[in-house]
Design a protein around this ligand. Sequence first.
Ligand code: PLP
Length: 401
Amino acid sequence: WQNLSDRINIVSPSATLAVDSKAKAMKASGVDVIGFGAGEPNFPTPQAIVDAAAEACRDPRNHRYTPTAGLPELREAIAAKTLRDSGYEVDPSQIVVSNGGKQAVYESFQILLDPGDEVIIPAPFWTSYPEVVKLAGGKPVEVLSGHDQQFIPTIEQLEHARTPRTKAIILNSPSNPTGAVWDEELVRAVGQWALDHHLWVISDEIYEHLTYDGAHTSYVGALVPEVRGQLLVLNGVAKTYAMTGWRVGWLIAPPEVAKAAGKLQGHMTSNVSNVSQRAALCAVSGGLEEVSHMRAAFDIRRKAISSALNAIPGVSCTVPQGAFYAFPNVEALLNTPLGPNASRAASSSELAALLLEEAHVAAVPGEAFGAPGYLRFSYALSDEDLIEGMRRMQGWVTTRI
Ligand code: PLP
C-alpha cells in the first residue's frame, strides 16, 4: 500500500499463522476443523515449569525489568545446557535471551546484513527466513531440494548458489517444514565450506531434541569448532518444553555479535517477560524426561501420519526423521476432480484452501516454504484428531462424482 514503507510492503504475511487463524475462526463459528496448521505441541507445559512461573509472579523482584540480554542465571543455565546437549562451551556473555526463537532470527539478520547481501536458504525452509532477510535489506537465495533427495541439499548445490555477495547460510536441522535431519558428514562439510568462504552460519536448532529412527541432531559448532567465530545459534523453549506461548528463545553468538543483538533488543522489546524467563530457567536447568515422553508420542504419530498420507492416492510422503511435521508431495492431486463437488486445485495453495473449506482439514501449502506442490501437516495434535483428520482427507480425495 502506497502509504506504507517499501520495507514492509515487500514482506509476505506468515502463511502458517494465516492458516491457523483461518482454522481457528472457522472453529469459533462452529465448524469442526482439524488443525494440522500450527507448529504447537498439544501437550501442557510441564507442571514444574508452570509452578516456577506461578512462584515467580508472587516474588516482587520479578515485577522489574531484567537486563536486556536476560537474567544472568538463565544465561548461565543456557550455557550449561549448550555444553550438555551440543558438547561445546559458550560463555554466558555470548547469549541473548529473546522473545522466542523468532526474535533471535530477526535480530541475526538485522545485525549481519547490509543492503544487497545474499543469504543462502536451503528450501523447503521455515516461512519466516526469507522475510526476515528481506526486512534486513538482504536478498534470500533459495536452494531447493525436493523429496527425491529427502529435502537435503548437497554441498555442490550450495556452492552453485554462492556469489561474491553471499554473506550467510541458514542451517535448520531438524527442519521445519520437512522433518529432514542432516547427517554429521553434511553438517561438518557445510561448516567447513562456510569457514573456507567466510560465511556466517545461522544454525536454527529449535527442534534439536525431536529426532527419530536413530537420527540425531548434529551441531555445527561442535563438529567444526573453528566456525564458532562466525556462528549464530538460535534456540528456545517452545518446542522442547511445550512452551510456544511463553515466548522465550535465545541467540548464541560471538561476544561482539551478542553485544550488538543486546543493543538492538534494547530498542525493540527490552527484556523478555521476567516471569517467562523464570519458567525457562526451570525448563533448561531441568532434565530431558518430559521431552522424551513427548518424543515417544510424536514418534507414534509420525509413523501414523506418514502411512495414512501414503495410503491416499496421489499423495507421496517421505517419512520425516525429526521435528513434528510431515511434508507430502501432492502434485498428483492438482488439476484433477476432488471431493463431492469435483473441485479442482491448480496449485498446492488452492488445494489447501479446498481441503479446509470442504473437508475441514487445515494444512499449510508448500508455497509458504518455497516448495509448491507440497502440503505441510503438523502432527503436534492429539492422536484422535490426527486419525480423524486423515480419515477426512482420504474420504475427500477419494470421493469423486
Ligand atoms: N525456527 C523454526 C524452524 C521454527 O519452526 C520456529 C517456530 O515455529 C521458530 C524458529 C520460532 O519459535 P519461537 O519463536 O516460538 O521460539
